[in-house]
Design a protein around this ligand. Sequence first.
Ligand code: GDP
Ligand code: MN
Length: 383
Amino acid sequence: MKLYEFQGKELFARCGIPVPKRRLVRSFEDLETLDAPLVLKSQVLSGGRGKAGGVVVCDDNASLVQEGKRLIGSSLKGERVLALLAEEKVDILQEYYLSFVIDGELKKPLIIASATGGMEIEKVAEEEPEKILKLSFDPLAGPSDYHFRRIADFLSLRNELKDLRKVLRAMYALFNQYDASLIEINPLVKTSAGLIALDSKINLDDDAEFRQKEIFQEFQEQQNVIQQNNAKAKDEGTITYVPLDGNIGMISDGAGTGMLSLDLIRDFGGEAADFCEMGGLTSPDVMYQAMETVFNKATKELKSLLVILIGGFNRMDEMAEGIIRYKNDHGISVPLFVRLCGTMETEGKKMMIDSGLPVFDDLEEAVEKAVMAAEGNSHVHSY
Ligand code: GDP
Ligand code: MN
């Protein structure tokens, strides 16, 4: 679960990380009750709001009302802005970047720090990696004081070591206590009054929801108020989609089947374009959405699509229904290889064949043909 800035800052405040005084505003009437100077910040989940015009410093009440009215209801990076955070304006001496993340390759938690914080951290990471410090630490022991001193030196914040240590300790406490996968402050700013977190980005690990029920519920209720189409977002949540570098689209009904399919694609010399699985027990709608996801999100042009379904509790007639409905709505412009078996297999196959779509009985044959098609060794189909 991604938290909005205002939610992250609430957590920061609770654990002692200094944040600006702030108020959430959701209506034009609320704007009239504010007093400049202050900063209006659009509450959306994507980053880069500053560059996209979603963060505005307002020096007088007239511009505050005008800018506020412009922002509320506007669309920012594909999200509708339904709330603004109105914050006390802070005089910035310097901007820093700090985060706690899990490094998937090292399989360890990592602290990332940079003195070139602000809006362009991805650019810095690419062009001047020496300006970014990455320190991994033992997940059981937590970070120790030596890490904090090293970071203070790297950021030339030796004189602010006490403040910095407090911020880092609190970030770690949040990271640990709430099963976060990311706690980011960008920018953390130096002011005449000390260090202040001017932004907040927090991701909680969805797989930990079962032991973080209270916090998930609290934040979800807040998000429901300022989000539209929430039901739809939930429904799509059953699909796991991970983009990969190849050109063979892959859909499976469960994670195990998906891993098996990826291995087989490799064995036959192909490269998958994605890992897409429908979360076990599923429906025609989810099958349809999985097709949509794989075609819409592919980063490279797909050369074939492999759908591997093993019906334990899934009904193959329902899976076929989803595939056929997608074909009727959008067409399928690449060679398709569907292998289905198990519950209601005969019915599912008949529906596919009646709709002019190919089905395979043999798993390896379907994978091999999908790989061959991606290599251009079969004539191009479309359905
Ligand atoms: P993001 O672009 O979505 O990451 O939004 P941020 O919250 O990081 O804000 C973007 C930029 O706006 C920051 O890097 C600051 O430079 C600037 N900014 C935000 N709040 C203030 C403030 O209170 N005072 C000043 N002077 N600048 C601010
Ligand atoms: Mn930021």
